[in-house]
Design a protein around this ligand. Structure first.
Ligand code: SDX
Length: 442
């Protein structure tokens, strides 16, 4: 992948010139241009030229890599996967197609789609020994703790796809992770409710198979509702990838050391778990349940605005989106479709969510800070209606995001310029001092 150095009209390279007023030295830093979105200032020579690091905690203004997978325009509320808008993919595509698109860069033709789906289907079973890992957990363990452990353990089973320098092994590992995450997630749920694990079925589609393994039981046939399966598939699409978010950056950093893909995805799952990130969908539902009634909304809006209260409106705000998260719009529509299909006329949680959104979006605090609903705001309401416990919400996010993580990991490994990630720091600690024997300490 090659960035292009920005050139001015007369052909000279465009640069940003820094003047170090400690020395009067001028440093010209090249500007690199991608295919769209903000240009970047190439600072790779900065430390050598100035003896200074850049300083950007939380990476609010830092591009950690170049990538061709996903593009977000936060001001316009645009999300593209390989150039295709998320609302078009959610409306017209399916999760298997989106997986192929993220991995390979193009939508599959009919033959490629059939082959890809067949490959994924054939990898949905897990090694039978893997089921033993679940027995080591308490039944009430948080399913995300189980996911961290079991997905990390995949490294111990699939040695024939851990050589990251072999393109074939990279692709098999990618297929295995996409295929096995639904099985592992469904098993985490089954274990938590004390029901037997259900084996995947090769005659079912991806989302349908996951719902079957989650809610089916061995004692009787289980027919998945096609409307719910379609909604599940759409929810997977909405969570598939999202540029260099915290968990994707975790996967990239872990992978930059040469760690195997299974271990890297386990690292991504751990990062996603946080309530500021993928754990927000679980936190949103808990917040809506705490609010209980529409008339208590102002109390919580005031708490969210109170600097002395660390309460935040979960499912609101985003580091990149300073407009409505396009995924939240699709999610809200899907929520209404699922509730209608399930005959849920008025869901009090949805009523609270819709009213909370209306009040927040008319409040100067949220308008000034450009805080809008994000992907997590409505997802929990749908998942609860389908029958998932709150503790499974982030597990489903991890299931869907695995294709994004592994596509970003693969892009990084295949980048000839790839090197281990090793950020520096602004040191604020003690300067050198001599050791004091314990008998001489105060
Ligand atoms: C995801 O990065 C991704 O792409 C993530 C994700 C993906 O698909 O991978 O989109 C998935 O993680 C979505 C976000 C889910 N998290 C939540 O819904 C948790 C609630 N939201 C936040 O905590 C917050 O908005 C973040 C973490 C999402 C973003 O935080 P930032 O960008 O670091 O912004 P910030 O914390 O600096 O907030 C800016 C201001 C602050 O006020 P000031 O200090 O400037 O006065 O906005 C305020 C914040 O206090 N603010 C909120 C708020 N979010 C930000 N105030 C009340 N409620 C909120 N939700």
């Amino acid at each position: 992948m090659s960035q292009t150095t920005q050139t001015a009209g007369d052909g000279t390279a465009e640069t940003v010139t820094l003047i170090d007023n400690r020395t009067g030295k001028k440093i010209d830093l090249p500007i690199l241009k991608g295919s769209t979105g903000p240009d970047v200032i190439d600072i790779r020579k900065l430390y050598g030229a100035t003896g200074c690091f850049t300083y950007d905690p939380g990476f609010t203004s830092t591009a950690s890599c170049d990538s061709a997978i996903t593009y977000i325009d936060g001001d316009e509320g645009v999300l593209l996967h390989r150039g295709y808008p998320i609302d078009q993919l959610a409306e017209s595509s399916d999760f298997m197609e989106v997986c192929y698109l993220l991995l390979h860069g193009e939508l599959p033709n009919a033959a490629q789609k059939t082959e890809f789906e067949a490959t994924i289907t054939r990898h949905t079973m897990v090694h039978e020994q893997l089921t033993q890992f679940y027995r080591g957990f308490r039944r009430d363990a948080h399913p995300m703790a189980v996911m961290c452990g079991v997905v990390g353990a995949l490294s111990a089973f699939y040695h024939d796809s851990t050589d990251i320098n072999d393109p074939k092994q990279r692709m098999i590992a990618s297929h295995r992770l996409i295929a096995k995450l639904p099985t592992i997630a469904a098993m985490a749920y089954k274990y938590s409710v004390g029901q037997p694990f259900m084996y995947p079925r090769n005659d079912l589609g991806y989302a349908e198979n996951f719902l079957y393994m989650t809610f089916g039981v061995p004692c009787e046939p289980y027919k998945v509702n096609p409307v719910i399966a379609k909604a599940m598939d759409k929810i997977f699409i909405l969570h598939a990838d999202h540029e260099q978010n915290a968990s994707t950056s975790t996967v990239r950093l872990a992978g930059s050391s040469g760690a195997n893909p299974f271990a890297c995805i386990a690292a991504g799952i751990a990062s996603l778990w946080g309530p500021a990130h993928g754990g927000a969908n679980e936190a949103v539902l808990k917040m809506l349940e705490e609010i209980k009634t529409v008339d208590r909304i102002p109390e919580f809006i005031n708490r969210a605005k109170d600097k002395n209260d660390n309460f935040r409106l979960m499912g609101f705000g985003h580091r990149v989106y300073k407009n409505y998260d396009p995924r939240a719009k699709v999610m809200q529509q899907t929520c209404k479709e699922v509730l209608a299909e399930l005959g849920i006329k008025d869901d009090p949680l949805l009523d609270i969510a819709v009213e909370l959104e209306r009040i927040a979006l008319s409040d100067p605090y949220f308008i000034e800070k450009k805080l809008y609903p994000n992907v997590d705001f409505y997802s929990g309401i749908i998942l609860k209606a389908i029958g998932f416990p709150t503790s499974m919400f982030t597990v489903l996010f991890a299931l869907a995001r695995t294709v994004g993580w592994i596509s970003q990991w693969k892009e990084m490994i295949e980048d000839p310029g790839q090197k281990i990630g090793r950020p520096r720091q602004l040191y604020m600690g003690q300067t050198p001092r001599d050791y004091v024997p314990v008998e001489k300490r105060g």
